[in-house]
Design a protein around this ligand. Structure first.
Ligand code: KG4
Ligand code: ZN
Length: 355
């Protein structure tokens, strides 16, 4: 069975073909799905000019790209419409105008082909990207989802069940990278450039605050709160430092590298500390990281070092699967389809869809 996956929640138009290759529940290490194609049309050059994603431009570009991207996914996957068994699509969260383009396309394709439609949560997709490449994770697993829109910890006790443990109270980690890069004049997106510059910087050059929350969030009383993240204070501290420093003379390249490295150390330390605190608390047999920021070189290295020291296997997606893509959506869709869950043609895009 081949699943067509479609993802248009943010600034990537993506379509993928993912094939079932083993029965689910075969055990850890056996990959249940394999990627036949995964086509991603990035809109980054369009949004770069504005310093961030412009929702109206994003949805219009998805509309221009979606047909060509799907055709290319079929071609790359050596398949025709007759080979497709079901259609999975990101239903939310994301920008509603963008989500609607993918969702409308998926509904039309499923209706025309008489195929099942499966609405997928974007973060379930990021989590399943780990299974796509590694087979089922040893459970229970603690997975950190860290992107431009989300920074959350999930506990996976059984395959396909995702329990929220904590999330950011303010900015997502990727959002903090993007904002700090902007104030340093480094362009959009900020993550990759800060990651690169940080390699030449001293990560202790500037003292920046670490936020550790201990109290319950009134907006989420069901969570304990002490595993939550917060990055807006850090961003403000960088802003204050840069403004003070620029008052005297322009920043040198070395100072920019030092700021990048110091900022990155605080972000990555917070992410890694809380992820392993959760792993300890819930007796995790594995730890995963997914989402755009999982492409970060220091985060990838530190997660592995921590995991090795504690003898917990750690899983991080390949670079191609860490940022938004449709293969992960097809994988999450196959999981739901095999659990007997499909969607009606009346499902709507939901910018704040709960997992
Ligand atoms: O998952 P993603 O592609 O889209 C969202 O769902 O948000 O993540 C994009 C985010 C951006 O904020 C970008 O700056 C960040 O991931 N990012 C990185 C790196 N590569 C991308 N952050 C830190 N280091 C990187 N190497
Ligand atoms: Zn994402």
């Amino acid at each position: 069975m081949i699943m067509l996956g479609i993802e248009t929640s943010c600034d990537e138009t993506s379509a993928a073909l993912v094939e079932e290759t083993a029965a689910l529940g075969t055990g850890s290490g056996v990959r249940p799905w394999s990627i036949r194609s995964n086509v991603i049309a990035s809109q980054v050059p369009i949004h770069r000019e504005w310093g961030g994603v412009v929702p109206e431009l994003a949805s219009r570009q998805h509309l221009r790209d979606i047909c060509g991207v799907v055709e290319r996914a079929l071609e790359d996957g050596n398949a025709s419409w007759r080979d497709i068994g079901a259609v999975a699509v990101t239903q939310g969260p994301g920008m509603v105008g963008s989500l609607l383009v993918g969702l409308s396309f998926a509904k039309a394709a499923a209706a025309a082909g008489g195929l099942p439609l499966v609405g997928v949560h974007h973060l379930a997709g990021h989590i399943e990207s780990l299974v796509l490449e590694n087979g089922e994770l040893p459970l229970p697993a603690v997975v950190l989802i860290v992107s431009g829109g989300h920074t959350s910890l999930y506990l996976i006790g059984e395959p396909g069940r995702y329990e929220l443990l904590s999330r950011t109270r303010d900015d997502a980690a990727g959002e903090a990278y993007d904002k700090v890069a902007r104030l340093l004049g480094l362009g959009y997106p900020g993550g990759p450039v800060i990651d690169r510059l940080a390699k030449a910087g001293n990560d202790r050059a500037i003292a920046l605050p670490t936020t550790r929350l201990t109290h319950v969030d009134r907006n989420a009383p069901e969570l304990r709160g002490d595993l939550d993240f917060s990055f807006s204070g850090l961003k403000t501290a960088v802003l204050r430092y840069v403004n003070q420093r620029r008052g005297t003379s322009p920043l040198s390249d070395q100072e920019i590298a030092d700021i990048a490295a110091s900022f990155q150390r605080v972000v990555v330390t917070a992410l890694v500390d809380r992820t392993f605190a959760a792993a300890r608390r819930f007796g995790a047999k594995s730890v995963g990281v997914a989402g755009g920021v999982s492409a970060n070189s220091r985060l990838r290295a530190d997660i592995k070092t921590y995991g090795d020291a504690r003898e917990i296997p750690t899983f991080v997606p390949s670079l191609k699967l860490s940022t938004d893509n449709a293969a992960m959506i097809a994988a999450a869709g196959l999981r739901k389809l095999r659990a007997g869950i499909t969607s009606g043609f009346d499902i709507n895009a939901d910018a704040a869809l709960p997992l």
